[in-house]
Design a protein around this ligand. Structure first.
Ligand SMILES: Nc1ncnc2c1ncn2[C@@H]1O[C@H](COP(=O)(O)OP(=O)(O)OP(=O)(O)O)[C@@H](O)[C@H]1O
Ligand SMILES: [Mg+2]
Length: 222
């Protein structure tokens, strides 16, 4: 398998709090990896380090052979835009925009013409099964539909890696399973890798591998 991302001896301190300590992990292309652990064990912080949203106190993240610590702030933002998709428990859609406009939103800074933005967003909405909801605002969508819009948005720049922090935490289990099935399909169709932070054993059971964290450290990696 091809290595997509490797983290080596990552650590992150917030003042006297050690949120992440000595985390070494590898994510392969097309792999779905779950991160589990109790509240406060460092899962979200690890995810932020992998996305370059936090600067590590020690260690490094290498993505497709590139050490992202070597990037300045602007280059890091471009790298994240082109390679990383982020999905959150609370969806984080913009309430005043339609589903289509939410999906197209990450394309604005790139100066892509409006017609192309709409076209690309429409393709992504169709991919997550929401072509017929393009004009709906988030308040007129169910939770599962809102999360699918967020997934379409995360996919808009064809990232290699999607980082999802409790993506099914606000959904009933049936809807959560549909979201996980969608991840599996996107891995098949587009070769996207996923890191899914979850508290839910059923969610973790759908992953290829489970990384367990405790007190900022990886306990085991199967
Ligand atoms: N910005 C911050 N400033 C100070 N401490 C922080 C900050 N972010 C996280 N922490 C601390 O780091 C530790 C790990 O936090 P993190 O959010 O990574 O945990 P988590 O595993 O995602 O927990 P949860 O399951 O509750 O989301 C916690 O003790 C937390 O209080
Ligand atoms: Mg968290």
């Amino acid at each position: 398998m091809n290595t997509l991302l490797s983290a080596e001896k990552l650590s992150k301190n917030f003042g006297s709090v050690t949120a992440v300590a000595n985390v070494t992990l590898t994510i392969n292309s097309g792999e779905i990896v779950a991160i589990m652990g109790r509240s406060g064990s460092g899962k979200t912080t690890t995810m932020h380090l992998l996305a370059g949203l936090e600067t590590p106190s020690g260690g490094q993240v290498v993505y497709q052979g590139q050490n992202i610590a070597g990037l300045d702030e602007d280059a890091l933002a471009l790298w994240r835009r082109d390679n990383i998709g982020l999905i959150f428990q609370a969806f984080h859609l913009i309430p005043t925009l339609s589903a289509l406009e939410n999906v197209a939103f990450p394309l604005y800074p790139a100066g892509i013409p409006a017609a192309e933005r709409r076209q690309r967003a429409a393709e992504r909405l169709a991919q997550v099964g929401l072509a017929d909801r393009a004009d709906h605002r988030p308040s007129r969508l169910s939770g599962g539909e809102q999360q699918r819009v967020a997934i379409a948005r995360a996919l808009i720049n064809n990232p290699g890696l999607i980082l999802a922090d409790e993506p099914t935490g606000n959904l009933d289990s049936q809807t959560g399973q549909e979201i996980l099935a969608l991840f599996q399909r996107l891995r098949q169709e587009a070769g996207v890798s996923f890191v899914i932070v979850t508290h839910d054993d059923e969610v973790a059971a759908t992953a290829d591998r489970v990384i367990r964290m405790k007190d900022g450290e990886i306990m085991n990696s199967e």
